[in-house]
Write a protein that binds this ligand. Structure first.
Ligand SMILES: Cc1cc2nc3c(=O)[nH]c(=O)nc-3n(C[C@H](O)[C@H](O)[C@H](O)COP(=O)(O)OP(=O)(O)OC[C@H]3O[C@@H](n4cnc5c(N)ncnc54)[C@H](O)[C@@H]3O)c2cc1C
Length: 337
């Protein structure tokens, strides 16, 4: 296996995130000599955290200007690390920070980049990358002769490396980044209890348009639907997904589920999250929606319609029942715990 450079950036607190530790597992599993290139405000603690991984070299770009995510400084740091390491294969976690900076670095170095890799293997001493195309319908394995070859690894496809830390020697690489034109003045993010998309949650809870439809009594129960769903999310810390029909209703400003946005949409024109389990409620389970469940390992659905698509082989378990009643009961049980 050819030498590998693994690029890792630290988080705001100076530590390595889960995606970075997963990328370390991926690089080590591929075999070959791994050089780690660290970027951050301070990199020594991060290097110590992975000292036991057996990297042949640890390179680092450190300084206040490299603490914050910013294209200009991240790209300059990555370029300098690539030149210092001279590796043909450059791996990195598919974080928003690397996804933004590394395509430009590949261009500067006359290399190539592939994103969303879900598996890596060695075939005839050549690295091969697995990724999905056409909204997760076609899985392809590809190799490239062009070097450097950058590969961004999708999170949650490898276990996070958890070996021993220790003392590490970091070779610091000088980068003439210049004065950055972009300054990070702060971060605006929704409060954690308002943030319903939780990629690391064990459970994906999907709400469909049925929550907004007239129920057996001939009335719509939007307010109760919202409260049942939020209550469940609060208790379980599940991640919230939605069908396209439901998020489109919210987008039109209708008084449905106010916390539901297009960011929650799962499916062909939405996201393809990776959660161990999924529970679909009031959602018919049509193919354009279910294609987004490709990586959800265990699927359950609650639907009034015994003929819904979930019941036709798309779910492991289908509860043919009223989701309002089931969720009311489920919340009651959870409250008891
Ligand atoms: C090009 C294209 C791309 C698309 N991309 C996506 C995509 O990315 N994601 C996506 O989701 N869709 C997508 N769609 C739309 C998709 O085909 C469906 O129209 C959509 O998923 C339907 O949403 P739904 O199941 O929530 O609503 P409906 O089809 O209206 O289903 C509502 C369900 O709720 C059930 N229900 C009602 N009340 C209750 C109750 N009290 N208890 C239990 N069940 C109840 C009903 O039985 C029904 O099955 C796409 C379509 C096209 C053409």
């Amino acid at each position: 296996m050819e030498p590998i450079l693994l690029l890792m950036h630290t988080g705001a607190d100076g530590t390595l995130g889960k995606a970075a530790l997963e990328s370390l597992s991926a690089a080590l599993a591929l075999g070959g000599q791994v050089t780690v290139g660290l970027v951050g405000g301070q990199v020594q603690a991060a290097a110590g955290r992975i000292a036991g991984a057996g990297a042949v070299r640890m390179l680092g770009v450190a300084g206040a200007e490299f603490a914050e995510p910013r294209y200009a400084t991240d790209a300059a740091a990555a370029e300098a690390l690539c030149r210092a390491a001279g590796a043909g294969l450059v791996l990195a976690a598919g974080t928003s920070r690397w996804a933004r900076a590394l395509p430009g670095v590949a261009y500067r170095l006359n290399g190539r980049i592939d994103t969303h890799a879900t598996a890596l293997e060695e075939t005839n001493s050549v690295p091969a990358v697995t990724r999905w195309y056409y909204r997760q319908r076609i899985e392809a394995v590809l190799t490239r002769s062009q070097r450097p070859w950058f590969v961004l690894l999708d999170p949650r496809c490898w276990p996070a490396w958890s070996g021993p830390g220790g003392t590490a020697t970091v070779e610091l690489v000088d980068v003439a980044a210049g004065a950055p034109r972009t300054r990070v003045t702060g971060i605006r993010a929704p409060q954690t209890d308002q943030q319903t998309i939780r990629p690391d949650a064990k459970l994906l809870f999907v709400a469909g348009a049925g929550w907004t439809k007239k129920q057996a009594d001939g009335a719509v129960h939007g307010v109760e639907a919202a409260s049942l769903i939020l209550d469940f999310l609060g208790k379980t810390q599940a991640s919230l997904g939605g069908s396209k029909s439901l998020v489109d209703l919210s987008g039109e400003g209708q008084a449905v589920l106010p916390f539901m946005t297009h960011m929650n949409q799962v499916g062909q024109t939405g996201s393809t999250p990776r959660h161990p389990k999924g529970l679909s409620t009031c959602c018919h389970g049509e193919e354009p929606h279910v294609v987004g469940w490709r990586f959800v390992m265990e699927r359950r659905a609650i639907n009034l319609d015994a003929n819904c698509v979930w019941a036709r082989g798309k779910a492991d378990v289908v509860y043919v029942s009223d989701a309002f009643e089931v969720m009311r009961k489920l919340n009651e049980i959870l409250r008891g715990r």
